[in-house]
Write a protein that binds this ligand. Sequence first.
Ligand code: AMP
Length: 282
Amino acid sequence: MEYLSRIPQMRQFSAKACQDGTRLGLVPTMGALHEGHLSLVRRARKECDLVVVSIFVNSAQFGPQEDFRKYPRNVDQDLKILRDLRVTAVYVPDADDMYPLGFNTWIEPGAIATQFEGASRPNHFRGIDTVILKLFNQVRPQVAYFGRKDFQQQVIIRRMVRDLDLDVEIITCPIVREKDGLALSSRNVYLTGEDRCAARVLSRSLWRAEELVENGERDTEKIVEEVRKVFAAEPRTALDYAKIADLETLEPVSLLRSNVVALVAAYIGSTRLIDNTILHVS
Ligand code: AMP
């Protein structure tokens, strides 16, 4: 496995690798790797000739009061895991290279990024689109892998790719969960004891939504109301939002006629977690 940390090094690697039409897959991550990340890497390994995993804790997507400083970092362990998975290269760019002094050019994703996560985390998606575009320019992948765990993120990245004519295929992979339903997240390490137990409320609330739809409920207001009730019964949690939206536009939906996504975000103690599920309307 090659270890790359400088932009010219990265460019040289992909220029050499891709001369003969090789399919290069990129898996962008912020490290502290877990099985969710690894599911993306395994999928990339299956579908690509070469796989580059990037590890970069992107300051630009964190708000001033958020956990950028304490975000879990464990590059040595990550490298070992990625070596075992036989990825071709790991790219760990330097913060000063990524955002050099005077950096002042941003990708603004527009209205789609001002709701849900964007409403609670102003500039979050501006930071994400900007770093992802930079990574695409540095790594030059044919295909990039994202998790459905961050549903709004992959919608916004797909939109950027379309709007800016980027020549990258976007693949979205299913959510990997703990046995009890909690979606894997690097932030789960913040959860201890009773909070870890309470965190099950996110997936439980989504199962309730699925159950209602299976039983024929089509009124999204009623479904959201039931989701709220699940959270209300768990005192250690504070619901940030529960929404049902169109899969591609993220527009609100009032009556279910086709598949939609149900999204929740909540604080468990001081830890903010997100989750979502597709509601299948047969
Ligand atoms: P992060 O390191 O949190 O930026 O995540 C890197 C990528 O892994 C993103 O595309 C996430 O959506 C994806 N990811 C994170 N958690 C999971 C999970 N539980 N299942 C599937 N993909 C995930």
